[in-house]
Design a binder for this molecule. Structure first.
Ligand code: ADP
Ligand code: F6P
Length: 320
């Protein structure tokens, strides 16, 4: 049976990563498996920035945002020679298997290592909820709470001033944060990569909210990388009865203490990762489907098309 495993966090950090690290350490230790923390993602793996992680090292971290291990992006990790340098660092320390907490890019690194003989299990750690093999990723719920809290505040002031708040949220081409927040905040319009963006149509709809529906405010939630929200807010002022104001929520969405839901999800997923490694399984990623913790081969997971969220989008449209 596996005796020594490593854990790393990679790509954009996400609240709940610490809860996952803690679960990996505690569940592994209770099965007499040693855990090593690999700092700064694949960069730390290649450079040998690797230290033992004990039970007490993961005390008092379940409520902390970010990741105690640090995270990084290392584009060179696509290169087999760089991967071999990482494997060499593991072999030197007798680390037989890895838990990789990150997004789909990190999964690709984990797949490459698994194919090279190091069993790796991927855990979905990203605020974007852009991994189709799981209903929810670790960090999404916390980021959603952050967005909802901010939009609720923006609505207060928008109402007072007959304004339209144009709010840009993160998502990395996945509209989940925008759509969930749109439903939770009662936004007037949600724009995502999945809905598409017809600027003149959105402006026409805003005019309707003003003239026909007599709204005191309008909230437009837009996923990042779709349009320049400052320029769009100016067009709102010029073309509708609302004065437009843009807010880019930015990296504030990545921080903060994880919600109980993210802490529990991360703990359940961390436990599953260790159980798989104990069974000698690698090359898989953990997910949650219909509230059951599952695992699927990473290769399969990377091929699953992203849902169009048709039903949720229909619900949003009905609620407006
Ligand atoms: P995320 O994991 O959040 O999707 P990235 O796409 O930035 O974030 O990927 C994180 C890291 O995973 C990259 O910096 C790189 O080190 C590694 N990675 C990404 N794609 C690959 C790949 N095709 N092969 C090996 N490693 C990869
Ligand atoms: O994947 C998480 C994420 O926050 C995305 O939503 C966003 O597009 C990206 O990372 C931002 O990356 P960086 O941390 O490099 O600014």
């Amino acid at each position: 049976m596996v005796k020594r495993i490593g854990v790393l966090t990679s790509g954009g950090d996400a609240p709940g990563m610490n809860a996952a690290i803690r679960a990996v350490v505690r569940v592994a230790n209770s099965a007499n498996i040693e855990v090593y923390g690999i700092y700064d993602g694949y960069r730390g793996l290649v450079e040998g920035y690797i230290e033992p992680l004990t039970r007490s090292d993961v005390s008092d971290i379940i409520d902390r945002g970010g990741t105690i291990l640090g995270s990084a992006r290392l584009p060179e990790f696509k290169d087999e020679k760089v991967q071999s340098a990482g494997i060499h660092q593991l072999n030197k320390r007798g680390i037989e298997a890895l838990v990789v907490i990150g997004g789909d890019g990190s999964y690709r690194g984990a797949l490459a290592l698994s194919q090279a003989g190091i069993n790796c299990i991927g855990l979905p750690g990203t605020i974007d909820n852009d991994i189709p093999s799981t209903d929810f990723t670790i960090g999404f719920d916390t980021a959603l709470h952050t967005v909802v809290e901010a939009v609720d505040k923006l609505r207060d002031t928008s109402s007072s001033h007959h304004r339209c708040s144009v709010v840009e949220v993160m998502g990395n081409r996945c509209g989940d944060l925008a759509l969930w927040a749109g439903i939770a905040c009662g936004a007037e319009i949600v724009v995502t990569a999945q809905t598409g963006f017809e600027e003149t149509e959105v402006l026409e709809r805003l005019k309707e909210f003003d003239v026909i529906k007599k709204k005191r405010h309008a909230i437009v939630i837009i996923s990042e990388k779709i349009t320049d929200v400052d320029a769009f807010a100016k067009k709102v002022s010029l073309n509708t009865g609302f004065s437009g104001r843009a807010t880019v929520l930015g990296h504030v969405q990545r921080g903060g203490s994880p919600t109980p839901q993210d802490r529990v999800l991360a703990s359940r997923m961390g436990e599953k990762a260790v159980e798989l490694l104990i069974q000698g399984i690698g090359g898989q990623c953990v997910g949650i489907k219909d509230n059951q913790i599952i695992s699927v081969p990473i290769e399969e997971a990377l091929d699953i098309p992203r849902s169009s969220r048709k039903k949720l989008q229909q619900l949003f449209d009905r609620l407006v």
